[in-house]
Ligand binder design. Structure first.
Ligand SMILES: Nc1ncnc2c1ncn2[C@@H]1O[C@H](COP(=O)(O)OP(=O)(O)O)[C@@H](O)[C@H]1O
Ligand SMILES: [Mg+2]
Length: 263
């Protein structure tokens, strides 16, 4: 569905944020991209959604194909109309608008009223709490509910491929579990998902395939289940940068340290 070949991205003509990344997102699957801060995950999503330019970034070389269409040079509105919708990091919702108004804003690109009504039903079925709170202002929602609203808003555009940027960030483990379940359900309903995460436990739990980004390059990729067993990913579970020896890391992988880190 989405095919990225040897992608190079720089900011301000200087910072090389993505360096020769190739990636395949098959139709109907959840693909996770793991990596620590600064690895280039957000940059990758910006390149796909056409929002790089808003951040003084640009694609220097390589290609991003969605089906048979080359995405290079498309603007954000075009990519949304093609079915690629991004939920940016930091769950940026409209705090002064109600839940329902936030959702309506997500459907603005489409004129198909019936499709929008169906999308809204879908969102409220996925997130019953949003239906209960439909007339409340976004600012009054909890962090987890705001993340659900941010995802719901993206679903209002009926995406073929949903791009999620660290949906677990700053949320408690129980809420992260719910977000993971809802991503799996969204996928079961037919939407492909590209899930950028630092929380490897959640991401590898829902993803079919996964890639590990390390300073702008793919260092590891494969079936999510296989990847979860590798040392490199074990390090990511802990958010370590590779200091200390393997024994310590492996021992620390199980236990409370993990849940504290994911909070
Ligand atoms: N707007 C920007 N201008 C300049 N450099 C940026 C910008 N956004 C990100 N970067 C740099 O690009 C690299 C990758 O960042 P990013 O894609 O945000 O990583 P991640 O999402 O994995 O944390 C980092 O070195 C970061 O400092
Ligand atoms: Mg990021």
């Amino acid at each position: 569905m989405l095919s990225i070949q040897d992608l190079h991205v720089t900011y301000g003509g200087a910072v090389q944020a993505v360096r020769g990344v190739s990636m395949e997102i098959p139709d109907g699957e959840v693909v996770a991209v793991l990596g620590s801060n600064g690895a280039g995950k957000t940059t990758l999503l910006r390149a796909i959604s056409g929002t790089l330019r808003l951040h003084r970034g640009r694609i220097d070389s390589g290609s991003i194909r969605f089906g048979t269409t080359d995405l290079a040079g498309r603007d954000p509105a075009q990519t949304v109309r093609m079915g690629l919708v991004q939920v940016p990091e930091g769950r940026r919702i409209f705090g002064r608008l109600t839940v329902e108004e936030n959702l309506r804003a997500g459907g603005m690109a489409s004129r198909d009223k019936a499709a929008k009504a169906r999308a809204q039903d879908r969102v409220y079925d996925l997130f019953p709490v949003l239906r209960e709170r439909s007339s409340q202002r976004g600012a009054l929602l909890s962090g987890g509910e705001q993340q659900m609203l941010a995802i719901g808003r993206a679903l209002m555009a009926s995406p073929k491929l949903l791009l999620l940027d660290e949906p677990s960030l700053g949320l408690a483990p129980r809420i992260i579990g719910q977000i993971g379940q809802v991503i799996a359900e969204i996928n079961r309903q037919g939407t492909s998902v590209l899930l950028v995460e630092q929380n490897a436990t959640m991401a590898l739990g829902v993803a079919h395939l996964a890639y590990v980004l390390d300073v702008g390059e793919v260092s590891l990729s494969g079936e999510a289940r296989e990847l979860a067993r590798t040392d490199e990913v074990q390090r990511l579970y802990l958010g370590h940068d590779g200091d200390g020896d393997g024994t310590t890391r492996r021992r620390a992988t199980s236990g409370r340290k993990l849940s504290r880190w994911t909070q």
